[in-house]
Design a protein around this ligand. Sequence first.
Ligand code: NCD
Length: 394
Amino acid sequence: MDLTAYERRLDRPTRVKLPEFQTNGRLKHVIFADQFDRPMLENFNNLSNIVRELARDRETQLFLHNLLPQKRAMLYFSQASTRTFLSFTAACQLLGMSIAEIRDPSVSSEYKGESPFDSMRMFSSYSDLVVMRTPSAGFAEACAYLMNDLDKFNERTVPIVNGGSGADEHPTQALLDVHTIQRSFEFKSERDSSRWAQFDEYRKMYPDLTRGPDSKVYGFCGDIRRGRTVHSLASLLANFSDVTMYFVSPPDLGLPVALRESLLGKGVKVFEHDTLNDIVQNVDLLYMTRIQWEHDKDTAKGSGPAPVNADFILTPELADRMKSYARIMHPFPRNAEIPPEVDHNPRAMYFPQARNGMWVRAALLAHLFDVDGLIVSHHRDVFSEYHNYNTASS
Ligand code: NCD
């Protein structure tokens, strides 16, 4: 991918770029995890919970469905995807948006030599938002600059959402991961969400345990160097206080220096380890990832999932050694790093985590189209009685 025209802008420090991706304190494009601060994460958590609740019954679901019927989304996925594609599709449907998709550039005019930037401009001509996944780091960001430049000339422009860019970033996955963590660490009882029953139980065994993502130990295992979900999630978690991170990976797939420096700069305590065995009993959350063999596709290693070294496999025995309240997450797809026997461990969160993508992405779309306020006030109107009752009883 030739990004020369945008090289100068792509090479700037993130901090300098951020204002270009927002307008009036709201997100304009979603490119990096660093665009989200703590108040925004709390807001998205709240909004995602509200969308989930409104989607439960017909009448409130119809309210959501009537919010954005005039909007069209383009899903441009030139790299394999199951969850990101389907959950964005479901999120658009929840809000009544219609969808067009290109999942294979060989069926678009790129095959005839059209530049990816001309293609992008075409997508923006027919849609109101582009969600894109590409193997090229920097392409989604460059597309956001293309849109900003068009804006300056009063041409048509649409929000760009990065649905995974190369080995670089995957901010919307990180957003759903943080939402999953925020919900998990409320330690509410599943059956009676108004009570802190679970928390009280855990506290008997772990008196220092606190609610929420602060003061927690996060373990990341697998392909740390090329795992874009790891990069974006670690950056988002750095917004919380008193955070410790353990990274476990094969020696050649360790933490990129720039990310380590950025995490240290935000006050995160960072440690690197050689085997899961060293960390399982100490983590509050374990984020497992697969080895991303497709990045080696020009070598023998890139021909498919290779056997995973035992140091990076979460066996049922290792999972049982984790703290009882700890959680296991995985962005999926998984290879051999979590055997299916672990799926029934009460700590396993990866299936609810994937489903959360739908609510979080609907919340993000609602924010981008400025209907989040309507959702919050409708929810207040419909559920106020119920929530007052809950507060009174807890
Ligand atoms: C990840 C991705 O594509 O980066 N999957 C996802 O979006 N849920 C992780 C991976 O491919 O291993």
